[in-house]
Structures are given as structure tokens and as C-alpha cells.
Design a protein around this ligand. Structure first.
Ligand code: XMP
Length: 528
């Protein structure tokens, strides 16, 4: 995958599919992806499909169970998505969560109404009728996480109410002989302590799913799928140093060995020693690697350029040219590996909408006339699964857990002035100190990103008996789930003190360290 310059990727390839699967029908709830992830964590393959998917199509997949997600609508809104009653004909166990339960209950004749006030956040759940098949044996009183306005007041005929909260007279119900189950609360979020147990019970005991989905099973399936797709063909993979492209390359190499050649375009904008680490890791695996040391080429093009978007365009454009030159040398390569993830696929309309994947998800922004067939072994995986597969394949811990790093690299962290070798070296040295201290404080994995920024302004300082006129370094560390929103990380003062002292003492051209305490929005994570 060319996680570079501006974009990321997509198109169809053999998809990994365990023999047993559970489909989550997405009514647009904010936790829908999380439901699929949690089901996979229970060892069962799960995929998200739009709630509008035809029942015929769902039936063809022969899922072991169906889960109906939550959603933002009220069942009484005119255009609210309705419960597809044909689903009942499939005879597959079904669990409705939040809106999913309300839609089912309403359709089958139960009573759903707007409650006086909604229930958002933690709620005390009390079991009724012993908790039934779904909740029986769990504590009579427990905490759960709610996010709803309407509530179920009476279950449909033939259903039994299983629990209540102050705002939900029927917070769970079931008709076991029909295979129908509903819960108002969210078992997928960590704030529902027994959530995993409820899901596991539904999957194992009710739907009879077995634990089959694991890093090992993904590797075995993908190796087979890659071999089937590629045959004797030659394959090329652009490495960025990120976990996705590295794991994709390792998987493909496991499948087809030396038919794969990796190309690592080193644009000179990586962190300290990172290029060497990538090269060493791939050499250790014996994967054929073309390491293109193109720093000077990129620096020549960036000379005199201040404007952020121009920097990005230059880096992106040059990256493509270098990659194309190398690809042209591998004349007989007809396949290109890309590290597209399941979250990219979902954002782009799901696995059936491969053609419509947004251009900004096209890794590396490679031009269409490259005419490669894409190999996308991570297409069905969430990020945490990619890391698990990477660890299983022996990828070094440092690469498995690498924080996201933008394609244009340090090129967009030198702000308000030209990117040149001198400034890159200053920024790299400062960034290396920050990384080292954050790792030593065991905070690296808890932060979404942590890095330094070099604003091109000089200010006065005093060191020894003399005045200095040097650059500031800004520390940026954020927590986030998906980079869409982010909060500034509350780094401990003693850590900040150590980092500041070290940066100023060890780097001659820096006399000030500042901390960025802005969230996103309104700020962005990167400065440019
Ligand atoms: P912002 O700065 O928009 O960043 O809050 C959101 C996420 O995107 C990354 N980022 C980039 N990644 N090319 C990339 O490949 C880029 O030009 C780019 N700009 C921002 C950023 O690191 C964060 O993870």
C-alpha cells in the first residue's frame, strides 16, 4: 500500500470469509461498526450490510445469525427504515439492538412510544422473569449503556419481557421458539459490563456459532485467496512503513514468496531511523525489496515552497513518478497490493460497492493507467485485526503498533516555510526525543498520534551568557478513535518537562518548546 501523499485505496479482490458468519444490518447507528468488531472478537466472522439489503441477498449468504443495529430514526418518522418482515421467513436467529429491537417490536404488534425523556448514558437494568434465554443467569441488577428516545412499552404477542430500566419498561424481550431477541441497551460498548456475555450467549448458545475467526484463520484464508487470485503472476507492493502496507506485504509474501517485490520510496521525510527499520524488517523476512533513496529528488522539488497544499501536491506527484519508474522496471508485474481496510470499504458503501470507493481512499493516489489488478488482503479487516495478523506473522512490535503517520511525512510538519534538510534534521531530532520519552512512559499505544511540529519562526532565548535566536518546537499529542475528532492528550508534567529540557539542551537550533492544547475540531491534528 502506498499510504503516501494524499490518498488510500480500493477495488475488489478475493474477500476473506470464514465459513460461518453473522450479518449486522446497519440502520445507521453510531455503534454499528463496533457491533461487527465485537462479534469478531467473540471469534465469529461478521460483516456489516445496509439495512436496505434485499432479504434474498441476505439469505444467499446463509448467515448463522442476524443482528439489527441501532439507528438515529424514531420508528414513527415517516421515512423511518422498517423491519423487513421477510427476514422472519429465513428462520435465522435474530437480535435487534436499540432501534433494531424497536423496529421489530413495532412491526410485530408490540407497543413502542416516545418516552417522556430519552435515556442516554448509563442506566440501571433490572431483570424480569429470570432474564429468559438471553439474559438468564446474569446479575439481577446491572449497569448498561443506553442511547434512545423512544422506548418499548409492551412486547409483541408471544414475546416475553426480560428486563427494564427507569426509562425503558421493556429493555429486553424474546420469543425463543421463533428465534427472535431484542435489547434496548448497547452490548457492544464497554460501558455495558455484561455486553460481551450477552453477545456471546446469543452467538454461541442461541445461534450455535463456533469460534473460528482468529488471526491464524485470517492468514490461512488470505493465503489461499491470494494464491487463487494471483496464480503464477508477479506482484508489486508499495511500502509506506505503516502497519497496513507492511502486513499486506507479509501476507502476500507468505502466499506467493518471491513472486512479490516490494518498493519502498524513501522520500527523506520519514522519522529518525524509520526508513532503516522498514528495510531491516523486510530484509529479515527475506522479502525482495527495492529501496529507492529519493531524498534529494524530493528536496529539490520542495525548495522555496511555503504553501501547504503545494507541498502536499509536490510530494504526492513526485512519489507517483518514482513509483512508476520502479514499477516500469518490473515489467512483468501485473498485480498491485493495497492495504485497504474494512473501515474504508464500509465508508465507501460496503463490500458490494467496491467500485465506488472514494478517491481519497486510494492509497498513494496512483494513476489509473498503471493497469494493475489490485490484491487487497486486508479488505475485510478492522485495524485491530490487522495488528493481530501482523503480530502473528512476526512483524516487529514497533511496526505493529506504529501510530498513523501522514504520507507526506515531516513535509507537512515544517510550517510556514520551506522544507529543507536543515529543518528536517532539527525536527527529526526533536521528534525522536519525544517518541523516546513517550515510549519510556508507556504512553505510546494510548495516544492516537504524538509528534513534533517546527514552525518556521525564530525567537529570542538566553543560553549560558549569550542570547540565542532559534526555532520553537511544538509538541502535538492527541487521543482519538478515528482521527475525525481528537482531544489533546493530558501528558504528565514531568514527562513534558523531560522532553522540553532534552529538546532544548540536545538540539542547538531550538530554544523553546510549546504544547498544543487544541482539540479537533476546531483545530486539526496536523498543523498543515
Ligand atoms: P487532520 O490534520 O486533518 O488529520 O486532523 C487527520 C488524519 O489524517 C492524517 N493526515 C494525512 N495523511 N496525507 C496522509 O496520508 C496527508 O496529507 C494527511 N494530512 C493529514 C493525520 O496524520 C491524521 O491522522
Amino acid at each position: 500500500m502506498l499510504e503516501s501523499p494524499t490518498t488510500e485505496a480500493g477495488a475488489t479482490s478475493a474477500s476473506a470469509q470464514a465459513s460461518e458468519e453473522v450479518l449486522v444490518l446497519d440502520f445507521g447507528g453510531q455503534y454499528s461498526q463496533l457491533i461487527a468488531r465485537r462479534i469478531r472478537e467473540c471469534g465469529v466472522f461478521s460483516e456489516l450490510l445496509p439495512a436496505t439489503t434485499s432479504v434474498e441477498k441476505i439469505g444467499e449468504r446463509k448467515p448463522k445469525a442476524l443482528v439489527l443495529s441501532g439507528g438515529p430514526a424514531s420508528v414513527y418518522e415517516p421515512d423511518a427504515p422498517s423491519f423487513p418482515t421477510d427476514l422472519l421467513d429465513l428462520g435465522i436467529p435474530l437480535l435487534g439492538i436499540c432501534y433494531g429491537m424497536q423496529a421489530m417490536v413495532k412491526e410485530l404488534g408490540g407497543k413502542v412510544e416516545g418516552a417522556e425523556s430519552g435515556e442516554f448514558g448509563r442506566a440501571e437494568l433490572t431483570l424480569r422473569n429470570g432474564g429468559g434465554r438471553l439474559l438468564g443467569g446474569l446479575p439481577e441488577e446491572q449497569t448498561c449503556w443506553m442511547s434512545h428516545r423512544d422506548a418499548v412499552f409492551e412486547p409483541p404477542d408471544g414475546f416475553e419481557a426480560l428486563a427494564a430500566t427507569p426509562g425503558s419498561p421493556v429493555a429486553a424481550c424474546e420469543a425463543p421458539e421463533r428465534g427472535l431477541y431484542g435489547i434496548q441497551f448497547h452490548p457492544e460498548v464497554v460501558h455495558t459490563p455484561y455486553g460481551t456475555e450477552v453477545l456471546t450467549r446469543f452467538l454461541r448458545e442461541i445461534a450455535g456459532c463456533e469460534e473460528q475467526w482468529s488471526a491464524e484463520s485470517v492468514i490461512a484464508e488470505q493465503v489461499a485467496a491470494i494464491r487463487a487470485q494471483v496464480g503464477e503472476g508477479r506482484v508489486i507492493c508499495g511500502l509506506s512503513g505503516g502497519v497496513d502496507s507492511s502486513v499486506a506485504a507479509l501476507l502476500v509474501h507468505r502466499a506467493i514468496g518471491d513472486q512479490l517485490t516490494c518498493v519502498f520510496v524513501d522520500h527523506g521525510l520519514m522519522r529518525l531511523n524509520e526508513a532503516e527499520q522498514v528495510v531491516a524488517a523486510f530484509e529479515q523476512f527475506g522479502i525482495p525489496l527495492v529501496h529507492v533513496e529519493a531524498e534529494q529528488r524530493f528536496l529539490d522539488k520542495l525548495a522555496g515552497v511555503d504553501e501547504p497544499e503545494r507541498k502536499r501536491k509536490i510530494i504526492g506527484g513526485e512519489f507517483i513518478r518514482v513509483f512508476e519508474e520502479e514499477a516500469a522496471k518490473l515489467e512483468d508485474a501485473s498485480y498491485l497490493v493495497q492495504g485497504t481496510l474494512y473501515s474504508d470499504v464500509i465508508e465507501s458503501g460496503g463490500s458490494d460497492a467496491a467500485d465506488t470507493i472514494k478517491s481519497h481512499h486510494n492509497v498513494g493516489g496512483l494513476p489509473e493507467d498503471l493497469e494493475f489488478e489490485l490484491v487487497e488482503p486486508l479488505r475485510m479487516l478492522f485495524k485491530d485485526e490487522v495488528r493481530a495478523v501482523g503480530a502473528e506473522l512476526g512483524l516487529p512490535e514497533r511496526m505493529v503498533w506504529r501510530q498513523p503517520f501522514p504520507g507526506p511525512g515531516l513535509g507537512i510538519r515544517i510550517v510556514g516555510g520551506e522544507v529543507n534538510k536543515e529543518r528536517l534534521d532539527i525536527l527529526r531530532a526533536a521528534d525522536a526525543i519525544l517518541q523516546e520519552e513517550i515510549r519510556a512512559a508507556e504512553l505510546y499505544r494510548r495516544l492516537w498520534q504524538s509528534f513534533c511540529v517546527l514552525p518556521v519562526v525564530r525567537s529570542v532565548g538566553v543560553q549560558g551568557d549569550g542570547r540565542t535566536y532559534a526555532y520553537p518546537i511544538v509538541i502535538r499529542a492527541v487521543t482519538s478513535d478515528d482521527a475525525m475528532t481528537a482531544d489533546w492528550a493530558r501528558l504528565p508534567y514531568d514527562l513534558l518537562e523531560r522532553v522540553s529540557n532534552r529538546i532544548i539542551n540536545e538540539i542547538e537550533d531550538v530554544n523553546r518548546v510549546a504544547l498544543d492544547i487544541s482539540s479537533k475540531p476546531p483545530a486539526t491534528i496536523e498543523w498543515e
